[in-house]
Design a protein around this ligand. Structure first.
Ligand SMILES: [Zn+2]
Length: 89
């Protein structure tokens, strides 16, 4: 779960980057932010068994149809610059 301050940081970043955002499926403009960040796991082709690293993302869910969009947390600049593994506090 995000703290209130983390919710504010994520919401601010999304508004700054996306502006007015409408669901590409139904046109609704109300979204929920999933209060955990996800991680797309990546693995090198030469070694498909070991997961090597991942790309953190923030997920939005459309309030009408449930369409989910994923936004790179690095691009949103919401990660703690010290750890890059947690959200800014
Ligand atoms: Zn929708």
């Amino acid at each position: 779960m995000f703290s209130d301050e983390q919710k504010r940081i994520v919401a601010k970043a999304i508004i700054e980057k996306l502006g007015q955002y409408e669901c590409p499926m139904c046109g609704c403009s109300q979204f929920s932010i999933i209060e955990e960040f996800g991680l797309h796991m990546m693995r090198p082709m030469s070694n498909p068994i070991n997961v090597s690293w991942g790309i953190p993302y923030i997920m939005l869910v459309c309030g009408k149809c449930g369409y989910m969009s994923q936004h790179n947390a690095i691009s949103l600049d919401v990660l703690d610059p010290e750890t890059t593994q947690t959200l800014k506090m």
